[in-house]
Design a protein around this ligand. Sequence first.
Ligand code: SAM
Length: 311
Amino acid sequence: MRNSSDRNLSTAKLFFMEYQTPFSGHFHILKSVLFKRNTRFQDILIAETFDLGRCLIIDGKIQSSTRDEYIYHEVLTHPILTAHPNPQNILIIGGGEGATAREALKHNPTEVDMVDIDVTVFRSVQKYIPQMCSGICENPNFSLIVSDGRKFLESTPRRYDAIIIDVTDPLPKSPSYLLYTKEFYSAVFKSLRKNGIMVTQATSTFYSKYFFLSVVKTLKEIFPIVRPFSAWVPSYGSLWGFVSASKLFDPKKLPPQTIIDRLKNRGIFDLKYYDHNVHKMLFELPRNLSSPINMGEGEIICDENPQYVPI
Ligand code: SAM
C-alpha cells in the first residue's frame, strides 16, 4: 500500500518529536505519558511508545528506552571497565536512570558512587521503568549522591579506578554543558588513580560531529591515551560517539582473550551486545571520523568557550 500523505499529515493523539537540528529529527507516536515534571534543572518526561517501549526523555531528548538501552549502557561501561584489571572504585557522573550503575556493578567493584544533579530522574525511573535500575539500591556497594557532578569532583578527596561521564547532551543553560570542558576533564584526571581510566558519552557523530571531534581534542590536552569509539543507538537515530581517556591502560590494545577471561572471571555472562568481537569493532572508526580526528579537527572546549549540540 502506498504511503498516503494523509497518514504522514495525520495528527496522532500523542506525538513526540525529537529535534536533532532545528530542521530535522525523528518522531514517535506515544501510547501514553506516564510522568512529566519540570524540575529546577530540566524537563523530565517518561512515556510509553509503540516502537521503543518506555522512554526517559529529558529536555526533549530521548535518554534511554527499554527497547535498546542495553546497547548504550553496555557500550559506555564495559570497554573501559574490562580494560582495567581490577576496577574497584567507580564513579558515575549523571547516569540518572541507574542503568550505567547496573552495568558497572557487574564487575564486582567495592564502590560505585553515582553523582546526579537531579534526584527526580532516578526516583521517576525507579517507579515507572524499574528494569533500568534493577537491583542497584539493594547492592551495599552502590551510593547515590545528589549533587552537581563537577562540584562533587572539584571537592571530593576520593580517588577512583574508573570514572564514567553519562550526562545529558550540552544545551545552553542545561546543567551539563560545563561537564565537557578542559577544566572539568582536569578535575576528572585529578580524581583518577595513577592507572585510572575514564569514558564520556560524546553525542551524535553525525548531528554534532564537530562537538564529538572537540571532545576528543580536549581530552587529548589532558590524558596520554585517548580512544574515541562509536556505536549505532536506534533510540538516538544516529551513530553515537564515546571517548575513553586513560593514564595507563589502552582499551584499543586490549587482547580479545583478555576480554574473554576478564568477563568470565568477573562472572559477567548476561550481556546482550558487548563482547570481545564487538570491542574491536567499537574502536574502528569510519574514515569520515578517523581522518578529521587525525588531522586535529575540532577545538579545545573550555569554560570560556563552551560548545553545544545544535538543539
Ligand atoms: N544516555 C544519556 C545521554 O547519552 O544523553 C544520558 C542519560 S542520564 C539520564 C543523564 C543524566 O545527567 C540525568 O540524570 C541528569 O540529571 C544528569 N546531569 C545533567 N547535568 C548534570 C550535572 N551537572 N551533574 C550531575 N548530573 C547531571
